[in-house]
Structures are given as structure tokens and as C-alpha cells.
Design a protein around this ligand. Sequence first.
Ligand code: FAD
Length: 497
Amino acid sequence: SNALMWFRRDLRTRDHTALYHALRAARQVHCLFVFDPALLAPLPADDRRVAFIHASLAALGEALHAAGGQLWIARGDPAAAVPAAVRALGADALFFNHDYEPAARRRDATITAALTAEGCAVRSFKDQAILERDEVLTGSRRPYSVFTPYKRSWLQTAASARAFDPWPSERHLDRLAPRAGVVPDAASTDAACDFLAPRLPTLAELGFAAARAPTAGGEEAALRMLEDFEPRIDDYHRTRDFPGLAATSGLSVHLRHGTLSVRALARTAYAAAQSARARAGAETWLSELAWRDFFFQVLHHHPRLVEKDEHRAFRPEYDAIQWETGDAADDDFAAWCEARTGYPLVDAAMRQINQTGFMHNRLRMVVATFLCKDLGVDWRRGEAYFARQLNDFDLSANNGNWQWAASSGCDAQPWFRIFNPLTQSAKFDADGTFIRRYVPELAALDNTAIHAPWLAKAGVLARAGIELGRDYPHPLVDHALARERTLERYAVVKSAR
Ligand code: FAD
């Protein structure tokens, strides 16, 4: 038999479920990646994600090449391009890994139905998640909506199902269809895709420019980052909340595109947890991987959360909240996006995402809460902004976490819990390291004034050569007043109960 392995969010050769099964089942395995113009069209020419995917595909192509194989690249609507590639390469089976996003699920169902009707076998696998779909359910067989009991059950199930075990695809690469000798039948791809080629087009050929600051793509780069992180696991539980430290793994972009297996991460955490020194850190880190699965399954069971015509709060009573609208709200939202709120930690965080495509988790919580609870702006606007900016943008984690901040989500922060941005700043960036890195115009301020320059004595600002309104903005809102307004705004939630 002759299989086609369709790569999507799994751009690697090691510990790869669908690739492993394809290599074991078929005599020969062809490999394919499809650029979907509908996904690419709305992106800016210098989109960092496209550059990351491109670099990762180059690395994947090289790894397949080194094993004697070939990565085929197509461009077109996958619903037509994938069946066309199956025909052109003479495959009789298609392999891919599960995706949990509603649009991807519809696409995969369409392709599966079309190919099955033609007599082509279609097989798909769990790979992105440790545990997926219905694998973790409550005693009454319903999906969990609270994280702590979910995690308990997740840990038990993962251990008993050996869900961390690798699928050693890399050991069977000799089954890849040889590079030479495969001549696709061009007629079958004519109407279905712009091209089906044995080489990766350049970014320019795809209509993109080199990106601003891409994280190094590809499997080898991901493995190096994991190695680099390993010694830091020991202290992770103590250090992960401090954006000034390089305490977290930074691996989210690799997990997003599957340049690293999530099982490999979980095995690393498990191995580290065997030593008393690293146990607390490793267990906390493993919890974060459980959060990732938690949000995948929330989206899987509640696709309405992200469907364009709905895009609802997980808790329906929160859809009654009246967010600020009109020019003032638009101006506040623009100030938030452009790091002009006058709150140094918020602005430093927004500069981090704008400049690098990454933002530290603590800061994501701070700026998201600030947008919906200090500025009264609808969380969906922030969610959409993050979706455009984040290298690790993932529909389920982004939606789940934004709804956490807005208090409308599954196991969210209570609506009356409103982060004080100044307390957060003083606690998690006490010596101003992070603020100074991204807001250098405030660098000369002392460790008190740097969190709230407008509260500093005039002399302190003058000595640092700073004039508010000229060198750095006045604060956009008074937190105490904003807090009162937010409690009133959210009162509809209480009365709906
Ligand atoms: P580490 O601390 O090293 O954690 C390891 C991995 O665990 C991460 O790479 C990530 O895959 C997973 N993880 C950690 N925290 C979470 C979490 N709260 N929810 C789900 N998974 C988690 N993460 C995304 O991957 N994509 C997003 O689009 C995204 N949007 C977010 C939006 C908001 C408002 C907030 C508050 C958080 C969001 N997160 C998102 C979660 C989290 O901020 C990032 O996963 C984390 O900062 C990535 O850094 P790291 O790889 O160094 O994480």
C-alpha cells in the first residue's frame, strides 16, 4: 500500500503518531503540507507565524530528505488539494493527526467523506494533546468544567493509558517513498491547487516578507530549547510568575506547530519529578500542559465558543454585560494595543507582544484583566488582537484564557476579583527589571516610582528627566474608579442568577 501523510500542526519527524502509524502500515509513505490561501490571505506580509512555519517546513523537508524521502508542498483549499494530492501520488490511504478547532474538524470531515467514497482509507490520530475529546470525563460521563478535578483525573488516566509513551516514528523512516521515481500525475491537481511541488517555495514566492523576530523554527531548535529549559524546571514553581526572569520554557510556539511532541515534554516533567529537588517545579509545569489539554477539550465540547456568528461567553449570563462602546472605548482600546495606557507594566507587556510576538503568562493575565476590567472593553477585542500578534496563538488556549480573565469562562477568575495593576507590578516586577527592558524611558526611576510614575513626587520625575504627558503618558484610568464601574457592570451577572 501507498500512504499519504498530511502534516499540519505536527511539523517534526520524531515521536509523531500519524507518521508512526503510516510508516508501520504502508509499504511507502509520501509526505505533504498544504498552504491554505484562505488562512494566509488575511495575514500581514511580515507575519512572524508564517516565517516560523516556513523555517519549520524547511527543517522538516531536510529531515525527510536525509532519510531518503520527500516533502510535497501544495497550495490550495485543502478540501480539494488533499484529495488531489492523494490521486496525483497514487496513494490509497491518508494519515493525519486530530485537530480540535471547529473549522478544521469540518474540513477534515469533508475530506474524509470524499476520500472514503473513492475507496481511499483515512486514518487520524491523537497527537497534539496528551488526552483528548472524551478521554477525561466526570463520573457522570460529562466533560469537566473545573480544572482541579479535571487535572486529577487527567493524571490518573494519562498514567494508566500510558499516554506519555512515545510513538517512535523516527525509527521507521526507511519506509518513506523514495525521492526519485515519484512523478505526480499533474492532471489530477490541475483544478484543485495552484501547485503540487517537491520543493518549498520561498517566502517571497508565497507573497510574504522575512519576519521581524521569528523564534528559530524546526525540530532541532525545539529540542535545544527543551534541553536549555531542563535545569530551570527545579525552580519553575517559584519563578514562573516573574516576567523579568527567563524562567518559563518559551516552548509554546513549538507546541503550537508541533515541532516538538507534547509527550516528550510530559516525559521530561515526569523524569524530573523523580528527584526531590525538582519535584515541585516539574509538577507545576506538568499542570500547565494539563491546562493546555483542558482548553482543547473545552473547545471540542463547546465549539460555539469560537464560531463566528456566536462567539459566546462560556457562561451565558455574561453575554448580558454592556461593554463600553463608541469613540472613547475605541481610543482606550487603541491605547492598550499601542502600549500607551500610562501603566508601565501594562505598556511593557504590550510592547513585548508587539515587538516579539510573545508575552509572559503573568502579563497576559494582567493586560487581559486590565482591558476588560479597567477599560471596560469587550474581551473579544483583546482576544482578536492577541490572535493577530501571538506566535503561539491557539484558538482554544487564547479563548479559554481570555474568558478566564473576563470571568465568563470555564473555571474563570471570579467577576469581583479585579487585579490591581499596581499591586501586580510591585509584586511580580518588584525591581522593575521587565519594565526597564521594554519602557527604557522610565529606566532612571527608582523601584517605587517605576510602577506608578504619576504618584511620584515632582522632584523624583524631574531628577529622572521625565515629564508625564511628554515622555510617558498620564494613566488612562484611575484604577479605584474603574473598579467601581466594573463591579456595577458585572452586577447583571449576579442578578441573572
Ligand atoms: P511554560 O510556562 O513553559 O508552560 C509550558 C506550556 O504549557 C506552554 O508552552 C503552553 O503550551 C502550556 N500552557 C501554559 N500555561 C497555559 C495556559 N494558561 N493555558 C493553556 N496552556 C498553557 N497559550 C498559548 O499557547 N496560545 C495562546 O493563544 C494563549 N493565549 C493566552 C491568552 C491569555 C489572555 C492568557 C492569560 C494566556 C494565554 N496562553 C496562551 C497561555 C500562556 O500564557 C502561554 O501558553 C505561555 O505564556 C507560554 O509560555 P511558555 O511556553 O514559556 O510556557
